[in-house]
Ligand binder design. Structure first.
Ligand SMILES: [Zn+2]
Ligand SMILES: [Zn+2]
Length: 399
């Protein structure tokens, strides 16, 4: 297969022999890109250092360095303080690698030997660049590179681990769990849950996210406040996490279109409102009701479950995903139900969700499939039942 060289766009069949993934037309192009590709190649040929990562981020024009804790510590970003200082520090490293052509290997050696700051100043002077804002900034901020702070990185790692465990215990994790236990247990978590957990950790360390970690700052609505610190949001979240469980927080944090259908069901049955979006009716058995009376009856039944039984919506939803709502009610909840009611529930709660939801589908996928199915269903009925002039009545049986 012919692809194009990632450096110069020339069509080529040659790829990097280390990984066979990256296409290059020539050795020159490969050599030119190596500073960036080395960190992602399967055969880098030597141990990858944080200097390699920093250089790769600069040459790849991405700002990944903000998220790499080790790199942050090794190259002083965490000590830079303000956003402006972080940006200036980045600019200094861009000068160093890009403009003055220093190799990551050299930079790594300087850092290990505690000479990074002195060598950077010397390199600026040698290349005649010692009269610009970047150089001036470097001269004014020696503490960012101060070797006396060498012990602090360890401490910072400790602080982060301690905050993780603190957050873990706060959300109900066992007192005896170590950081390894936590890592293991969180492996099966959804992306969103992991993000919420990091948000909690963030609160324990810094009282909440800052704009330097935009992922949280945006996702949790800090961005709507004119002030970067978003003090009102800080106060609200602080109060909120003491009042709700972590699982509830995870649900709250989701954007509306990603909230699982079950929460819409709960909202609907609690307010006993008009018909919700048709898609809500499908996964929980309403589609099997013969008329509005049956539908209202089932709605009130669910309402009682949420109100009187304090049923776990997420458990109910996973029962629905496996078409086992009825079994869940009888076997797990041990609900005492009279015979007519039992027959009714047994009939209407026979769902076909396993044919609708792909296995382990996330909320977004579930919504997509529900919308798809309602379209198929709608057009089927439009052309067979609801001919012009016919009275529109609710008949959601779809067998
Ligand atoms: Zn090329
Ligand atoms: Zn490669």
């Amino acid at each position: 297969m012919t692809r194009s060289c990632v450096v110069c766009d020339t069509p080529t069949k040659k790829t990097c022999t280390g990984c066979s993934r990256q296409s290059y037309c020539s050795h020159q192009c490969q050599a030119q890109d190596w500073i960036r590709h080395i960190i992602e190649c399967d055969t880098p040929g030597r141990e990858i250092t944080t200097a390699d990562r920093l250089a790769a981020a600069i040459f790849g024009n991405n700002e990944d360095w903000c998220y790499n804790e080790e790199l942050n510590i090794d190259f002083g970003f965490w000590k830079a303080g303000s956003q402006t200082n972080t940006r200036m520090l980045g600019a200094v490293y861009i000068d160093l690698f890009r403009e003055m052509g220093v190799k990551p290997r050299t930079v790594h050696k300087w850092r290990i030997e505690g000479r990074l700051y002195a060598e950077m100043l010397a390199t600026y002077r040698k290349s005649g660049r010692d009269s610009g804002p970047n150089f001036d900034w470097l001269c004014e901020h020696p503490h960012v590179f101060d070797p006396k702070h060498q012990e602090i990185p360890e401490t910072m790692r400790d602080i982060s681990e301690r905050a993780k465990l603190e957050a873990w215990r706060f959300i109900g994790g066992p007192e005896s769990d170590t950081i390894q236990d936590l890592i293991k247990k969180s492996e099966s978590w959804s992306q969103n849950k992991i993000m919420c957990f990091h948000f909690y950790v963030n609160m324990f360390i810094a009282g909440g996210p800052f704009v330097v970690v935009p992922e949280f700052w945006l996702a949790f609505g800090y961005c709507v406040f004119p002030d970067e610190l978003a003090l009102p949001a800080r106060k609200l979240y602080k109060a909120l996490v003491t009042k709700c469980s972590f699982d509830e927080f995870v649900v709250l944090s989701q954007s509306p279109e990603l909230i699982a259908p079950i929460w819409y069901l709960k909202a609907w049955v609690l307010r006993q409102g008009d018909l919700p979006e048709p898609v809500i009716l499908i996964p929980y058995g309403f589609a099997n009701c013969r008329d509005r009376l049956e539908l209202n009856h089932l709605m009130r039944f669910y309402c009682k479950l949420f109100k009187d039984q304090e049923i776990s919506p997420l458990d109910l939803h996973s029962a629905a995903e496996n078409d086992g709502i009825f079994d869940y009610l009888i076997k797990t909840l041990r609900l005492k139900i009279g015979k007519p009611e039992r027959l009714f529930l047994e009939r209407v709660l026979k769902t076909h969700n396993r044919f609708i939801f792909p296995k382990n589908a996330d909320n977004e996928t579930q919504w997509q499939y529900l919308h798809l199915i309602i379209h198929v269903f709608f057009f089927h009925h439009l052309f067979t039942t609801y001919l012009p002039g016919a009275t529109l009545r609710l008949n959601l049986r779809w067998d």
